[in-house]
Design a protein around this ligand. Structure first.
Ligand code: NDP
Length: 308
């Protein structure tokens, strides 16, 4: 059986992948995009997006992603259901396996597989996801104006999110599992100088509390054995992200956390012809609009590579 040959293969159905497909289709690269296990990407775990430019009244996250997908399809991209399950970037053309069986080869590859926020793994946390439990303060903080919220974590992200939320909310609890913050000194000082942030040291969350309206609080266990409840309307996780780069890490250079390294502002990885876009290469900004922008860069870089 002949193996399917693709000029420009895009892996990942989030803002980065769809935008790459839009640009690659318009550049006549006949892109094929595999959406992976979670079409629409991380944005589909939220509700309304108010910070994506062009939507003065906000936009439903699922609608935004469905529209990006349709735009790619209408411009001629071949958008397919299916997850890439294996890759060989040591051969030319590159080879990938989809859903464990179909093999195809590609001249250029755009990796836009994203990242996933880490969660604590509590059933109650799962139950209230999107109903008060969020892993993105920048996305969802606005919905908790003048309310009380909690942020779990003690790293730079947790501190940044807590200070951001402190500007919107009445009170922000930081739930920190040790008696120190992992965050940089500058971030720690910002947190400590913010009067409406209270750090709950040595605390782990036992359960997220809620009712039919969503989150109402959290039950915490302190290291000294005390169990107590706090009342909050929002429960934000900031305990790290995990980039979906495992399949490609044997070939492309990554940082110690697994984020794919790209060359100075471009989407070029350490393997010529392999480009990375979106959260899989972005440990810092992690916003849909940044992911979309980097998808554009990847398509332009792939076009240049294919037409060289
Ligand atoms: P980090 O890995 O730096 O921090 C994770 C935090 O979550 C730690 O405080 C950790 O606790 C805590 N944590 C992990 N698992 C659990 C758990 N199961 N229960 C409770 N707490 C838990 O992740 P970040 O996302 O904060 O940062 C990632 C990288 O990005 C870092 O290198 C950071 O410096 C960088 N960054 C930089 C920013 C900036 O410079 N402005 C902004 C944001 C991120 P413990 O300390 O006990 O392990």
């Amino acid at each position: 059986m002949d193996m399917e040959h693709v000029r420009c293969l895009i892996i990942g159905g989030g803002p980065a992948g769809y935008t790459a497909a839009i640009y690659a289709a318009r550049a006549a690269l006949s892109p094929v995009l595999y959406e992976g296990m979670e079409p629409g990407g991380q944005l589909t775990t939220t509700t309304v997006v108010e910070n994506f430019p062009g939507f003065p009244n906000g936009v439903d996250a699922n609608q935004l992603m469905a529209d990006m997908r349709s735009q790619a399809v209408n411009l001629g991209a071949d958008v397919r259901r299916g997850a890439v399950t294996a890759a060989d970037l040591g051969v030319r053309p590159f080879r990938v396996t989809v859903d464990g069986s179909a093999e195809l080869e590609a001249d250029a590859l755009i990796i836009a597989t994203g990242a996933t926020a880490r969660y604590l793994g509590l059933p109650s946390e799962q139950k209230f996801r999107g109903m008060g439990v969020s892993a993105c303060a920048t996305c969802d903080g606005f919905f908790y104006r003048r309310k009380d919220v909690a942020v779990v974590g003690g790293g730079d992200t947790a501190c940044e999110e807590a200070t951001y939320l402190a500007g919107l909310c009445r009170k922000v609890y930081m739930i920190v599992r040790r008696d120190v913050l992992r965050a940089s000194v500058a971030m720690q000082e910002r947190v400590k100088a913010t009067p409406n942030i209270e750090i709950l040291w040595n605390c782990n969350t036992q359960e997220v509390l809620g009712d039919a309206s969503g989150v109402t609080g959290a039950r915490l266990l302190r290291k000294d054995g005390e169990v107590f409840d706090i009342q909050v309307d929002g429960f934000f996780l900031a305990i790290g992200h995990h980039p979906a780069s495992e399949l490609f890490a044997p070939w492309v250079a990554t940082d110690p956390e697994g984020y794919i390294l790209t060359e100075g502002g471009s989407s070029r990885t350490s393997v010529e012809g392999v480009f990375a876009a979106g959260d899989v290469q972005d440990p810092v900004y992690r916003q849909a609009v940044n992911a979309a922008a980097s998808g554009c860069r990847a398509a332009l870089d792939a076009e240049k590579y294919l037409k060289r």
